[in-house]
Design a protein around this ligand. Structure first.
Ligand SMILES: CC(C)(COP(=O)(O)OP(=O)(O)OC[C@H]1O[C@@H](n2cnc3c(N)ncnc32)[C@H](O)[C@@H]1OP(=O)(O)O)[C@@H](O)C(=O)NCCC(=O)NCCS
Length: 172
């Protein structure tokens, strides 16, 4: 059974192969990749998008969703469950294509996947680390009830520079 989660104009759904072109178009943006891990490449090609989607479509349970706004694909959101002693936690990750910023889409998507994760993934904690300059993402997390947990100094080495990582979490 396919999963669909929705709130107003915003819907989370499973990925389809046909998302790859638009995913690559929106992801191929340095303003997005600079806030994510190096595993999210720049430039970002359709081949990268196809590889990611193939991997995500095989996941069971589903933990990576396409975000739709008014019926249009606009970005991604995921939960990655921890392993070993961290198996009751998950890390949240997301991006929204630049043309769709500041419409409340990430806020709605984070609320939807948080609720889904706590109900379906046997976890009690969802967390993430935001690079210090990414004030929009920190604002999203605070709006969704995540709590500031501390700063990991110089934890991130990105684009040949060190950055502090600001950690946030929400408990079930
Ligand atoms: C961070 C990101 C997901 C936000 O998505 P979005 O859909 O625009 O977020 P929302 O509209 O729900 O909320 C954005 C909030 O940040 C605020 N904001 C936006 N730019 C800001 C800035 N430069 N400084 C401070 N606040 C900012 C907005 O005003 C809004 O807060 P408000 O509702 O109190 O006014 C999006 O910018 C993005 O994909 N960035 C690149 C990838 C990324 O950073 N991913 C997260 C990694 S931790």
């Amino acid at each position: 059974m396919s999963i669909k989660l929705s709130s107003g104009d915003i819907k989370l759904r499973e990925f389809e192969k046909s998302d790859s072109t638009r995913f690559a178009e929106l992801a191929n943006n340095e303003k997005i990749s600079k806030n994510l891990r190096d595993g999210f490449p720049n430039p970002f090609t359709v081949e990268h998008a196809e590889e990611f989607i193939q991997r995500w479509m095989a996941l069971d349970p589903v933990t990576v969703f396409a975000i739709e706004y008014k019926g249009e694909y606009v970005g991604n959101i995921s939960l990655s469950k921890g392993k070993d002693v961290y198996r009751k936690s998950a890390e949240i990750g997301y991006f929204i294509g630049e043309p769709f910023w500041n419409k409340g889409i990430a806020t709605a998507a984070v609320n939807l996947i948080t609720d889904y994760g706590f109900k379906n993934l046997d976890i009690v904690r969802i967390h993430t680390g935001v690079y210090e300059h990414n004030t929009a993402s920190q604002r999203v997390l605070l709006k969704c009830g995540f709590v500031f947990e501390g700063v990991f100094k110089k934890a991130v080495f990105k684009q040949e520079k060190f950055w502090n990582e600001v950690r946030y979490a929400k408990l079930r």
